[in-house]
Write a protein that binds this ligand. Structure first.
Ligand SMILES: [Zn+2]
Length: 111
């Protein structure tokens, strides 16, 4: 994990939010959401049984198990995301491709 990602969440709170997530997973609201079978990140359709409840802001980063912070996610996206917050994912994605240059990088060379 990148060392600029701090995981300083209170373990007691993380445990409490995990328990909340477990209960949230049993609600009709979540069943309906995951029942669509759509991964919120890659948009690919899966068997609802393989989708996991992903915390947009991870519990380890102080995220909560509330409706506004959980999304259905496939295993791949969940693994890719790990402990990053949405803003950090964008920052990291940008760091990986380098700074955006002038114009586009698609090889379009017409002046
Ligand atoms: Zn996905």
């Amino acid at each position: 994990m990148d060392d600029w990602v701090l995981t300083d969440a209170d373990p007691v709170q993380v445990a409490r939010e995990r328990e909340r997530a477990r209960k949230l997973r049993q609600t009709a609201w979540w069943q309906r959401k995951v029942g669509k079978g759509l991964c919120a990140y890659c948009g690919v359709r899966f068997d609802p049984r393989v989708l996991t409840m992903d915390h947009v802001v991870p519990l380890a980063r102080g995220g909560r198990s509330v409706k506004g912070n959980v999304l259905p996610s496939c295993k791949d996206c969940n693994n890719r995301k790990k402990l990053l917050t949405p803003a950090e994912q964008l920052l990291r994605a940008r760091a990986l491709v380098g700074p955006a240059g002038p114009g586009d990088a698609s090889g379009n060379e017409d002046d």
